[in-house]
Design a protein around this ligand. Structure first.
Ligand SMILES: *[C@@H]1O[C@H](CO)[C@@H](O)[C@H](O)[C@H]1NC(C)=O
Ligand SMILES: *[C@@H]1O[C@H](CO)[C@@H](O)[C@H](O)[C@H]1NC(C)=O
Ligand SMILES: *[C@@H]1O[C@H](CO)[C@@H](O)[C@H](O)[C@H]1NC(C)=O
Ligand SMILES: *[C@@H]1O[C@H](CO)[C@@H](O)[C@H](O)[C@H]1NC(C)=O
Ligand SMILES: [Cu+2]
Length: 350
């Protein structure tokens, strides 16, 4: 992603300025979630595109996310600033960002992360549905801001008011030429208070959820032809590299375009899960990976590769490589997450 080095460099000097505030409530750490032991999957719930959900299912999902934002954090020992269970997920993404992006475990890691989030919505907040996804191609030709996902009534609220980068509190995290930049003004996450971030900060630092729509990324990247060409790649490495944006001429890709197209918190490479849309965006990427796998299941349900890190000592990941969500959930092998609709990954895509 184009902003990686810039954000990394800047957040390093911002960090010491953040003070850790006292905790509001004490919570004992939970043991890491064990999703896979003894799990069976008989009738996998279907993940659906946001706009196809009937209103009561949209409300149920939004209510479950708001609930997760009220549940107490259980990861305070390693995430001092976390207040809510929602923050725990954001914090784990912050801590693992550098080891799970721009490399082979990118798609498996985010598949597992999204499934653990979906499980938390169910187990901790009584959510009875499936994690929805957002097919952004449906919005690329129309008026982006009028997408049903940005609805203030039964969506995630819309763009922030225009605030130039130089007037934003975290200017370093602002991508120039956006159309917004301010706090989300409407919908269920209106003026939502985030506690972690921006960047790598895991100490208490209350600030609002921001959006900063960047329309220039959208029409090019979210075209039917870009999706079709991504699905035509013939190996996992090529598919993942195109999707995450690692080809020389494809530096943004479908993954980056979702983050940048919404902008604000979602374009912060570390803290992006502070925007609840993170999980709909990543569910859609997961859906594309699954579609790609299904085009040639014999080979692609075991096709995994790509470097495990950026340095010269990088090795290719294999099916035995362990996916690490820190204290959020037990480590699993990539082999455990290659096939959705089985065991703990009990979901499909409609
Ligand atoms: C899995 O099942 C075994 C045998 O029934 C049981 O001993 C074990 O506690 C179970 N583990 C979990 C995490 O439920
Ligand atoms: C941002 O806008 C300025 C002026 O309109 C333009 O010169 C520049 O190329 C734009 N940058 C990007 C990244 O689009
Ligand atoms: C947003 O939240 C901040 C801090 O809680 C508060 O000062 C501000 O008035 C709120 N703004 C709106 C528009 O609700
Ligand atoms: C990783 O796999 C690629 C093929 O996908 C191969 O060209 C490369 O040499 C491998 N790298 C290592 C360090 O094994
Ligand atoms: Cu990520």
């Amino acid at each position: 992603m184009i902003t990686l080095q810039r954000v990394t460099a800047i957040s390093l000097f911002l960090l010491p300025a953040f003070l850790s505030l006292p905790s509001r409530t004490a919570t004992a750490p939970l043991p890491p979630l064990d999703l896979f032991s003894n799990s069976t999957c008989t009738a996998p719930p279907q993940r659906k595109e946001w706009r196809t959900l009937p209103p009561h299912e949209k409300q149920a999902y939004l209510a479950a996310v708001l609930c997760l934002q009220r549940r107490a954090s259980t990861l305070r020992p390693t995430l001092p600033g976390a207040v809510s269970r929602f923050d725990d997920f954001q914090g784990v993404h912050i801590q693992h960002m550098e080891t799970v992006h721009l490399n082979g475990q990118f798609l498996p890691w985010h598949r597992y992360f999204t499934a653990v989030y979906e499980d938390a919505l169910r187990v901790q907040c009584g959510f009875g549905g499936a994690q929805p996804y957002w097919d952004w191609t449906l919005d690329a030709d129309g008026v982006w801001a009028e997408s049903p996902v940005f609805s203030p009534i039964d969506g995630f609220g819309g763009n922030g008011p225009y605030v130039p980068c130089e007037d934003q509190p975290f200017e370093a995290f602002c991508i120039p030429n956006g159309t917004g930049g301010g706090c989300v003004p409407d919908g269920p996450f209106r003026n939502l208070t985030l506690h972690l971030g921006p960047g790598q900060n895991v100490h208490r630092n209350d600030h609002c959820l921001r959006r900063n729509f960047h329309l220039q990324s959208i029409q090019y990247w979210f075209s039917a032809s870009e999706v079709a060409q991504t699905l035509e790649e013939d190996s996992y490495v090529r598919f993942w590299r195109r999707l995450e944006g690692l080809f020389e001429v494809h530096r943004i890709g479908l993954h980056g375009a979702g983050h940048l197209g919404v902008g604000g918190t979602l374009s912060d490479v570390y803290s992006s899960p502070g925007d609840p849309l993170f999980y709909l965006h990543h569910a859609n990427l997961d859906r594309l990976w699954w579609q790609w796998q299904q085009l040639n299941p014999t080979e692609r349900l075991t096709d995994i590769s790509g470097p495990d890190s950026q340095g010269p000592t990088a090795r290719n990941v294999t099916l035995q490589y362990e996916i690490d969500l820190g204290k959020l959930a037990l480590k699993v092998k990539i082999a455990d997450v290659m096939h959705i609709g089985r065991r703990a990954l009990c979901y499909g895509y409609a």
